[in-house]
Design a protein around this ligand. Structure first.
Ligand code: GRF
Length: 191
């Protein structure tokens, strides 16, 4: 039996609604080897803040320029083992990537390397997939390096894009895949 002090510590960074953050928090609450110990957010008013409060998870609100300084110090001091980006829109600075080698992952709502990079998030991704006439889309979970969406992929899952799909309906299919797989892949990477 893992003692509470030995549970792996996960930090979740999110800027938005936080539906993935919520799934991850739930998955690991009561889990036998890891917990979400910290939620970090750079957008006051973001939905993820309420999820952290509801689950008694310490929350840090910060500004972009603090990422490579106070936030990095906090992560190291809190002995965070693994960093999960869940709808986090800022680029992770090199110093943070170097301090947590292969210990930071992100989820992208499309099949990278297509439809990634700066500015490709939210509805824009699904609009681009539909405009290109792709027959499938999906999710990519990947390690994070200092370039947007370019770290090594660790997992992909697909869903069909049908002729009647709109960006909104495709977003719903992709979100289902995210919630289904992201917590489990984090668990696998931690073990
Ligand atoms: C997800 O679609 C994820 O793939 C992307 O940002 C979105 C976050 O959604 N990186 P939510 O805030 O977890 O609902």
């Amino acid at each position: 039996m893992v003692q509470p002090a030995q549970l792996k510590k996960i930090a979740v960074f999110a800027s938005g609604t936080g539906t993935n953050a919520l799934e991850i928090i739930r998955h690991f609450s009561g889990h036998d080897s890891a917990r979400v110990r910290l939620v970090l957010c750079n957008r006051p008013g973001a939905g993820v803040i309420q999820h952290a409060l509801n689950h008694d998870i310490p929350l840090t609100l910060f500004k972009r320029r603090e990422l490579a300084t106070t936030i990095l110090d906090d992560l190291v001091r809190s002995q965070i083992d693994f960093i999960v980006l869940a709808g986090f829109l800022l680029k992770i600075p090199e110093s943070v990537v170097e301090a947590f080698p292969d210990k930071i992952i992100n989820i992208h709502p499309a099949l990278l390397p297509k439809y990634g990079g700066k500015g490709m998030y939210g509805q824009r991704v699904h609009e681009a997939v539909i405009a290109a006439g792709d027959k499938e889309s999906g999710i990519t979970i990947h390690l994070v390096n200092e370039f947007y969406d370019e770290g090594e992929p660790v997992f992909q899952a697909t869903c069909p894009v049908t002729p009647d799909d709109t960006p909104k309906s495709l977003a719903r299919k992709v979100q289902q895949l995210e919630h289904q797989h992201y917590p489990k892949i984090i668990e696998q990477l931690l073990s």
